[in-house]
Write a protein that binds this ligand. Sequence first.
Ligand SMILES: [Zn+2]
Length: 423
Amino acid sequence: MPKILKGVKGLTNDMKMPEIIEKGILRAKYDLSVYKDGTIRFDATNAPLTHFKPVEIGVSVGKLVQLGYCCDVYGNPLTSPDQICELKIQDVVIPIKCAEYFVRVANFLDELLVKVYGLQPYYNVKSVEDLVGHLVVGLAPHTSVGILGRIIGFTSLNVCYAHPVWHSAKRRDCDGDEDALMLALDTFLNFSRKYLPAQIGGIMDAPLLLISVVNPREVQRQAHDFDVAAAYPLEFYEKTFERVEAKHVSPLIDLIEYRLGTEAQFEGFRFTVPVSNINMGVEESAYKRFKTMVEKLNGQLALAEKIEAVDARKVALKVLTRHFIRDIAGNLRAFSTQGFRCKSCNKRFRRIPLRGKCLQCGGELTLTVYRGGIEKYLEAAEHIIKKYGLPKYYAQRVALVKDEINSLFESRKPKQISLTDFA
Ligand SMILES: [Zn+2]
């Protein structure tokens, strides 16, 4: 038996339906955590990949041939781990950390099949290599359609390498977002719509539908713009001297868009710049490495200032209006409409009881939204307004919010005035 078995305080689904406790016990045994819909997930940053060498993904040539990689990108039989192969559009290369996690998930599923369902084990996985050839489901946040993929190898980077068409099928444009990966049998065996919260948004992030065959025609437009030429024609370079718009020269380049509806939409893609090893890139997204929002912002702005094609002031303005001001205003509203919580028994009150203490146990009450949460971005917002000389309107908006915060908090602690103060 596991030492600790964690559960939830209450069920949020319509029928108040729990899953069987055996699943929880087995998950605890393998130190796995469960998502609200009953599935086990691993989150990884998306990275596009169209070609690889067997040596880069840690899988033998023999195994890859079994999986359908009979030839390299030039049509020669695959015999050496250094030949370049074209990635099939639903094959994925997962982070080694994810693979190690999936080994535990597979062992959990096998024990579940045997002990609860009275069936034969399915995965029989002992090491990460045994996962090659198994299916996964990829799912982007805020969507409800999972995309079937197949594990063909591993990367030491903390990214999920997959075809741009595959990432795009998840409704992503491959720009470094983070999506979830699940072992396919876990999704089939343990997901239930009945577990999903009854409130609005409850069906988001849940694999309600599964796309088993990706049709490049049906993915996001950005993936159609992907160029798959082996070389650009001379005419393209000549046109660059005339500074023509990209859309006028794109017909000169072999794009996925021009292949849609034909067999060539699935394969026969080339590349222009070979790399020595796909694992030599950035190991982890800076967005993940930086912990606070202010660090992430400073990183983004520092990069914007270095890139000539990017207007750092515009970036700052976008962050300010799309994130900071909204966040600050939202938190301010949350503060003024907040509830109260008992420090000892955790009971929540929508309004502060007249007695001023917990009605259940007499304990001290405390806020549920704190001043720090509202002020979190205020300083950063002021800083970027000043630094980039953003329009006064924003400086005034932030100043107004500051006034409002001060009036809210200062009035909460009235000063005791003594009669002699008027003397
Ligand atoms: Zn209490």
